[in-house]
Every structure is written in C-alpha cells, then in structure tokens.
Design a protein around this ligand. Sequence first.
Ligand code: HEM
Ligand SMILES: *[C@@H]1O[C@H](CO)[C@@H](O)[C@H](O)[C@H]1NC(C)=O
Ligand SMILES: *[C@@H]1O[C@H](CO)[C@@H](O)[C@H](O)[C@H]1NC(C)=O
Length: 331
Amino acid sequence: MAFPSYVKTIFYSIAMILALVFSLLGPAMGQLIVGFYSSTCPNAEEIVSSVVQEAVQEDPTMAAALLRLHYHDCFVQGCDGSILIDGSDAERQASNHAGVRGFEVIERAKAQIEDVCAGVVSCADIVVLAARDAIALSNGPQYQVPTGRRDGQRSNVSDADTMPDSGDSIQLLKAKFGEKGLSEKDLVLLTGAHTIGTTACFFLERRLYDFQPGGGSDPTINPQLLPELKSQCPQNGDVNVRLGLDRGSDQTFDVQILHNIRDGFGVLESDAKLYTNESTRQIIDSYSGFPSSTFGPFFERDFIDSIVRMGQIGVKTGLNGEIRRVCSAFN
Ligand code: HEM
Ligand SMILES: *[C@@H]1O[C@H](CO)[C@@H](O)[C@H](O)[C@H]1NC(C)=O
Ligand SMILES: *[C@@H]1O[C@H](CO)[C@@H](O)[C@H](O)[C@H]1NC(C)=O
C-alpha cells in the first residue's frame, strides 16, 4: 500500500521541521557544538585568542602551561572549570595539581568577555579555547573545538587524588584514561602534549636515583640522555630546576616527542613507560617512518581527535552548572 505523493510531502516537511527544531534546541538540551557563542557572544573566541597571544608573547612558557591547565581541569570533575576556584580547600590546592599555571590568563580573557557579553561564556569553555590557541601558537595544528560547557559548582581538594601520576604503572595509566572514556591511543596521543613545556627536577628524582626495583636509574633511559639528566638534576640538588619534556624540540608542537620516547629520550617516567608495553609501543611506532611520514597516520591530526574527546569529559551543559561571573569563585 503506497502513500499518495502529497502525504509523502507532508511527512517529509514534518521531518525537516523537526530536524531544524532539534538542531536549534540541541545545544540548549545538552551537547557541545562548534561556535556555541556565535550569536550570543560573537567575539568570544577572538577575545580568548588575543589574550592568549599576548600572554604567550610576554612569556613563551605560557603556551605549555595553558595546555596542561586544560588537561588538569578535564581530569577532575570533568571540563568544568573546577580547578579555577580559589580557596583553601579548593581543588587547585591539590598536590597533584602542583605547578599548574595560567589562571590569570583565563581570568583576563573572562574579564574582557564579560565587558562585551556578561554572563554568557563559561570559564570551562575559556580553558578549552585557550589550550586550542596555545597549541596553534606553538606551531601545532589548528582546529575547531566544540563549546557550550557550563561551570561546575564543586571544587574540592580531595577530588584530584585520582589524577594520573608520572610514577604510575602502564596498567594504571591505561585504567585512569579508560575511566574517562579515553583509549590507549588517546593515552599515547595526549601524552604527546609533552611535545611542549618543561618539568621540574622534582619529577625525575626517583627515575634517576631511586628507580625500583634495585635503586639507581631507570634502565630504559638512553645512555646518551642519562648523564644529561643527571647533570641538570643532580642528586639532592634544587628540585625546582626545569628542563624540557621533549629533548631538542620543547618549544614546537610536533611528532618529535613520540620519536624521543621510542628512542629512550623520553624525560618523564610515564612517557617512557608507553614504550615498554606492546600495545602502546605499536601506537608510538605507527607515527614513525614510512608510511606515517608520507601518508600518515599523522600525529598532529590524530592529536586533535584525542584532545577534542578529552574536552568532552564530564561536561555540564544545558541547565546544569552555572556561568560564573569570575572564574576563581562560584556565583
Ligand atoms: C599520562 C598522564 C600524564 C602525566 C603523568 C603527566 C605528568 C606531567 C608532569 C609530571 C609534568 C611536569 C609538571 C611540572 O613540573 O610543572 C607535566 C607537564 C606537562 N603536561 Fe603532563 N602529564 C600527563 C598527561 C598530560 C596530558 C594529557 C596533557 C595535555 C593534553 C599534558 C600536558 C602537559 C604540558 C603541556 C606540560 C608542560 C607544562 C609546563 O611547561 O608548564 N600532560 N606533565
Ligand atoms: C571535600 O571532600 C571530602 C571527601 O569527600 C569531604 O570530607 C569534605 O567535607 C569536602 N570539603 C568541602 C569543603 O566540601
Ligand atoms: C601490554 O599490552 C598488551 C597488548 O599487546 C596487553 O595484553 C598487556 O596486558 C599489556 N601489559 C601491561 C603490563 O599492561
């Protein structure tokens, strides 16, 4: 039994109208979309870009700091700005967040945005956009990132206990990423964020001088790298001295970090461990030599997929959460 064609036309029209209604309501109903603020605060992304650009010009180490801030925000309570809250018991005080920086850059962007469209743009989204801009300023890939996150209303120092640690086993690193909906491939690619930035000697103490089992140094450190690390971070020396995470390329966002990890030049223990496990090693190797060098897979391109996925962890949307007036305090 066939429908007359005018009935089909009516069905078709209803379907089109429903599709339109849902595409307009969708963001309000809870998922993220690229350009969420394009009508409510059209300059939001541009303001973030210009504030980040200025900050990085003034202090080139700020690009890496903003990228790390995004990761630390997303891994605790989701990407909801919980790390931005200031206070004695607030999440920011957690030892697992030690050295996380860039709060004043986020706050500066927020203030400028509030001047033109008050109460519209979340701090959670500003963190995500700032990381995106920081990557581009480091010669990394440029990409569009979905927005529409709202700010969380909880920030508790104990929530950061479950952050990945540079001394974690490979199983534990995989499990901690898995809990956030991220795969082994995401673990490798996102660790590739260590293509820019530095670490304090603090995080190398154990790896250089008390590696278990047996004490001494981690045997997976390339013999050429070991004396370099030891001279930069002498035993019982100043743990605040900083060195590049991506030897020879710590200002440029590129695949070198994965090649360094492959060759035993990874600086952090957790980075090096990715090459000790068969499955993560295969992922690292897939970004080396042919065909990767010519036909892909390309680190920069795949990194975008992973960081966009990381940006979706535990997001609050629609009527959840709030839009803070200032990023360091709840309304
Ligand atoms: C696999 C789990 C991870 C561990 C154990 C880890 C650990 C660390 C450590 C110990 C540092 C040095 C911190 C300091 O001394 O200030 C660091 C720096 C950094 N991390 Fe990670 N990280 C991980 C994943 C990530 C992810 C997923 C990202 C981003 C997508 C990221 C981005 C960065 C950046 C950019 C820096 C340099 C910060 C700066 O120069 O100020 N990390 N990480
Ligand atoms: C933080 O969380 C812990 C453990 O859930 C709880 O005991 C404590 O009261 C919380 N602190 C604040 C200020 O909410
Ligand atoms: C390493 O990877 C393999 C997959 O090849 C997996 O089955 C194994 O459990 C992993 N080992 C560790 C220690 O995580």
